[in-house]
Design a protein around this ligand. Structure first.
Ligand code: P71
Length: 470
């Protein structure tokens, strides 16, 4: 059969095609079960994608966390694991990589991001102190609250508007922050909690200008500034692309300059750093480091392994270097953008601009007839699974949880379903299959009803909550 106007996808988008800067050496077979089997699996999982078995999933876009493919070099590094209890050589390799690429002086490994969040929150927050941040992340805010802190959101207003095209929707509103500092007094501020490419805002970046001004503001009041570096490499890509003066600056140099304005960082290495498990905490203040190094032995393990095996530390050290490659980051974000552009060309409501690690479907606009208390984003995640075996994640009212003061739900402005792309795992053909499934679910939107929550656990309820169809 001949085609009237054959075009590659690149040509259809009006550009030369790009390809991933790697080739595949080992494959993992996928399994697709029937629609009836998916309906059964979904009901058994209480309409919660966290409760599905991964064997029942075809394309898994639940998260980019710990789901990356490691390189041949990382796998080779795993065999060089020095499993000594103390002083493993892999720790020193990790320490060197962190000092070299992120620029912090002192390093504490942890088993993953929330291990690091726990330690920094316990070490730095005094009961009743405020923690202003650029939107919240679930585990981050929970650890801040468990340490007695009061989180308050000081992100710019545009971040809460899924249609705003602001290029740096992750920025902190310095006016809002200064108002909190003045109202409470600087001694009541534990630290400013800044995240690169803000996850809950749709993977939206922070500009270099913003962190520079933030540093100046914090210095004026003697307030500390800590960074959630989980997706800071991806944030650097947006600075390179959008901020004047950075077009020819390598990703690695942008990351280092940005981190240089902060007093330290915590990290879920399961994202940017291309490992399946791992995290770290890094600070410049020696006294704080001593405290953290002491705390880590209580909760994670000795300060040279922090809950990880030597081989995990080695894979992380190598992953850090690989993650800083401009080609890698461009291909990674390019793939996310490819999927997003297809969906927005089909006028499917997604958060704009397209962020770094995921496409966020705007469930409010997708299902305008489903009220927020009937979990539109959770509903959309369930429908995508049912249609095509694609697993996504709710990032709306279920994730937001309840206000500890009133007991009522938090009602976040953003009611989103996240299609999160693992790094170096899926091909463009997988993205096409995903796009077509989203389109099919969108076309059937008017016949779709919401959900009611029938089981709600106390902490981070979205992981284990169960729902029924209304
Ligand atoms: C993501 C995750 C993993 C996750 C965590 C909680 C609920 C659902 C999914 C984890 C992050 C993150 C940021 C910005 C800290 C953590 C915790 N994200 N900061 O997006 O995105 O790290 O999972 O290694 O403990 O799917 P950890």
């Amino acid at each position: 059969m001949s085609h009237p106007n054959p075009q590659t996808m690149g040509q259809q988008f009006g550009r030369r095609s790009w390809a991933e800067p790697w080739k595949i050496k080992m494959v993992e077979p996928l399994r697709m079960i029937s629609r009836d089997e998916r309906a059964r699996a979904l009901a058994e999982a209480g309409y919660n994608t966290f409760l599905l078995r991964s064997d029942d999933v075809y394309i898994d876009l639940l998260t980019d966390s710990g789901t990356s493919a490691m390189s041949d070099r990382q796998w080779a590094g795993m065999l060089l694991g020095d499993e000594a209890y103390a002083g493993s050589r892999n720790f020193y390799h990790l320490e060197e990589a962190l000092q070299h690429y992120y620029g912090y002086r002192f390093v504490v490994p942890t088993h993953q991001g929330r291990g690091a969040e726990h330690l920094i929150s316990q070490a730095v927050i005094k009961r009743g102190q405020w923690v202003p941040g650029n939107m919240y992340f679930t585990t981050t805010r929970l650890h801040q609250e468990l340490a007695g802190g009061i989180f308050t959101d000081v992100i710019i207003d545009e971040a809460h508007d899924s249609t705003s095209m602001h290029p740096f929707k992750g920025n902190i509103d310095l006016g809002k922050l200064e108002a909190v500092i003045k109202r409470e007094g600087p001694e009541k501020i534990a630290y400013v909690s800044l995240a690169g490419t803000v996850n809950m805002a749709g993977g939206q970046p922070v500009s270099m200008a913003n962190v520079r001004e933030l540093r100046a503001l914090c210095d004026r009041y003697g307030v500390r500034l800590f960074l959630d570096a989980t997706r800071m490499v991806e944030n650097a890509f947006f600075i390179q692309e959008r901020e004047a003066g950075y077009a020819n600056t390598p990703i690695a140099a942008i990351v280092k300059e940005f981190c240089g304005y902060t007093d330290g960082a915590w990290m879920s290495a399961k994202k940017d750093n291309l490992v399946n498990i791992g995290g770290w905490l890094a600070v410049n203040d020696e006294q704080l480091f001593e405290e953290l190094r002491n705390l880590v032995v209580v909760y994670e393990g000795l300060h040279t392994y922090g809950g990880l095996a030597g081989r995990d530390l080695e894979a992380m050290a190598i992953g850090i270097a690989e993650s800083m490659s401009d080609d890698h980051v461009r291909a990674r974000i390019g793939q996310v953008r490819y999927l997003g552009e297809l969906l927005s060309d089909w006028e499917i409501p997604i958060v704009q601009p397209i962020g770094g690690h995921a496409i966020f479907l705007d469930a409010r606009r997708f299902y305008p007839h489903i009220p927020q208390v009937q979990f539109p984003a959770q509903t959309l995640a369930a429908e995508l699974y049912l249609d095509a075996g694609i697993r996504s994640m709710e990032r709306g009212i279920a994730s937001a949880g309840r206000d500890p003061a009133t007991g009522d739900h938090y009602y976040p402005k953003l009611e989103l379903t996240r299609l999160t792309i693992p790094r170096r795992v899926y091909t463009q053909a997988h993205m096409d299959v995903v796009a077509e499934a989203v389109k099919a679910v969108y076309d059937a939107r008017e016949q779709t009803h919401g959900l009611r929550m029938v089981y709600e656990p106390k902490y981070l309820r979205f992981f284990q909550a169960r729902f029924e169809r209304i």
